[in-house]
Write a protein that binds this ligand. Structure first.
Ligand code: SF4
Length: 533
């Protein structure tokens, strides 16, 4: 048992639903208890689809358990076939149905439907949503993709885009355009948009573009082995990655990597003097491994951030994630426990968090700017406007999205210079985020800003226990080992808030290294000199 409040991924059958809902002409019969239909809402509300997912639930109840749940399942299959007339069907069990062991695959086979029926064996108690999607798509390819002659012109399949995928809709459009400019046609995009009959002709493509390893890698490997189709390893998120991707495609096809960068604005925007203040900003990254690894490269090499922490929740990708983190001098945080993520963020005190919807909540609590780079996401990250992450337009979108939550350069100066100003004070936050602004009381404007209570007592006998920031937003956890003396604490508060966390941690580390248990103003300046060397 594990006490869980938030989960980064749903159960495996939600992954299977994402594949079924992304496709056309495929139906999913899911052996599941009454109430599991809640998953429909993910598609009709979060993704705002205008049709119900192609899923029939058996919705068995407690009283059915004493009867014949196997017949219930068979009837559901017959009815779903009669009503929806799909080209193919997938059948499987949700977590509860897994326990009653009705064998959906065997039961569906027994009723002899005149279409391919693909049985899914998804271990709900060991694996999660992404595995469910990857495995489902692989099983569909394995059952339906036949050996066929290659297309006359060079073509590829796009693999991995699903229903409920973070920006999958626009990534597919962006990559289709880029490949088209090189003279590569898309044979089949799957699962998103494909019919079972399209899966059958996947073998006609010359190679595969693996867009999302989390949901398409098993199929890509199988196609490589069975149909001799190589697949791309570079994920085209970021300018450099997109160029590398096009070069990889050129290598696979022998075509020239024709690169039309006329729409690309990100490199100049990052290089322009307005972006100087972004250099060295400390950023923490968390999400699915693919998006985090891509984001880290953009953060460090294209925008100039300092990547201070990175990790992912999907253990399937832990190995590449660890290798990537090493190249940033970091140890990857592999966890699906958001409390561990929160602790890591609180300890690192970054200036920007790039994460999932969970990290948005954490960031809000800690008062740190945040942008979303990966699923799981809420409805606002299925936008009406064109918003890819991949390709050159994706790079433009990413630049805007990440910069937006930050306090702008001029504001940073104002916040530092006029700490007592009614508008530009430490707790005000970015001016374009009105919700965060807290006006100071008139008397606070006129006088030097008072220190929050309870801050410090007289030193040295009544030195503070270190709760030096908690009054604003809880961003800084008090240090257990060292005690800040009042004067040092006052001095620390003069440091602009967005670098204060780092200064505090560095000073405490310096003090610990020196065996000091109390931090005086001298310790603070010695630490400053030490780290400046
Ligand atoms: S079967 Fe699984 S998804 Fe459905 S209610 Fe039970 S635990 Fe949740």
């Amino acid at each position: 048992m594990k006490l869980t409040l938030w989960t980064y991924e749903g159960p495996t059958h939600v992954g299977a639903m994402r594949v079924a809902t992304g496709m056309q002409g495929l139906h999913y019969v899911l052996h599941a208890p009454q109430g599991d239909t809640y998953a429909d809402l993910l598609f009709t509300m979060i993704e705002r689809r205008n049709a119900r997912p192609p899923v029939t639930y058996t919705t068995f109840q407690a009283r059915d358990l004493g009867g014949d749940t196997a017949n219930l399942f068979k009837d559901a299959c017959r009815e779903a076939y009669a009503r929806f007339q799909p080209e193919a069907m997938i059948v499987g069990a949700s977590c509860t149905a897994e326990l009653i062991q009705d064998d959906p695959g065997g039961l569906a086979e027994a009723i002899g439907l005149p279409i391919p029926v693909i049985a899914l064996d998804l271990p709900s108690y060991q694996r999660k949503e992404n595995f469910g999607a990857d495995e489902t798509f692989f099983q569909i390819c394995r059952a339906l993709a036949k050996p066929v002659a290659r297309t006359a012109a060079i073509s590829c399949n796009l693999l991995g885009a699903t229903g409920l995928g973070f920006r999958h809709r626009d990534d597919v459009a962006e990559i289709t355009t880029l490949l088209g400019q090189m003279g590569v046609a898309v044979n089949v995009c799957a699962p998103m948009g494909a019919r079972p009959s399209d899966i059958a002709r996947m073998g006609a493509a010359h190679f595969n573009v693996l867009l999302y390893p989390e949901t398409g890698e098993a199929a890509a490997r199988w196609c490589e082995k069975t149909h001799g189709q190589p697949y791309t390893r570079t994920i085209p998120i970021g300018v450099q990655a997109t160029r590398d991707f096009l070069a990889e495609v050129a290598g696979l096809t022998g075509l020239s990597p024709r690169i039309d960068e006329t729409r690309l604005r990100q490199p100049w925007w990052s290089a322009s003097v307005d972006s100087t203040y972004l250099t060295g900003k400390r950023v923490f990254l968390f999400g699915d491994a693919t998006h985090v690894m891509a984001a880290a490269r953009i953060a460090r090499d294209e925008i100039g951030f300092d990547v201070v922490g990175m990790g992912c929740y999907n253990r399937e990708q832990a190995r590449p994630m660890r290798t990537a983190a090493k190249s940033y001098g970091l140890e990857a945080l592999i966890t699906d426990d958001y409390l561990e993520v929160e602790d890591a963020i609180a300890a690192l005190a970054p200036e920007l968090i790039l994460g999932t919807q969970m990290e948005r909540h954490i960031a809000k609590r800690l008062g740190i700017p945040c942008a979303v780079i990966s699923a799981p996401v809420h409805v606002q990250d299925f936008p009406a406007r064109y918003s890819p992450q991949m390709g050159f337009e994706g790079a433009n979108v990413i630049f805007d999205t990440w910069i937006h939550p930050l306090v702008m350069g001029l504001e940073e100066h104002l916040l530092t210079m006029f700490r007592e100003d009614f508008e530009f004070h430490d707790a005000a936050g970015a001016s374009h985020h009105g919700g965060h602004a807290q006006a100071l009381a008139p008397q606070e404007v006129a006088q030097p800003a008072p220190l929050p209570e309870p801050l410090v007592a007289a030193e040295p006998a009544e030195a503070s226990g270190g709760d030096i920031f908690a009054s604003k937003n809880g961003q800084e956890a008090p240090s257990a080992e060292v005690i800040w003396l009042s004067e040092a604490e006052r001095e620390l508060r003069k440091i602009p808030f967005f670098v204060r966390g780092k200064a505090k941690r560095n000073t405490e580390k310096f003090a610990a290294d020196k065996g000091l248990t109390r931090i005086s103003i001298d310790t603070l300046y010695e630490a400053k000199a030490h780290y400046a060397r």
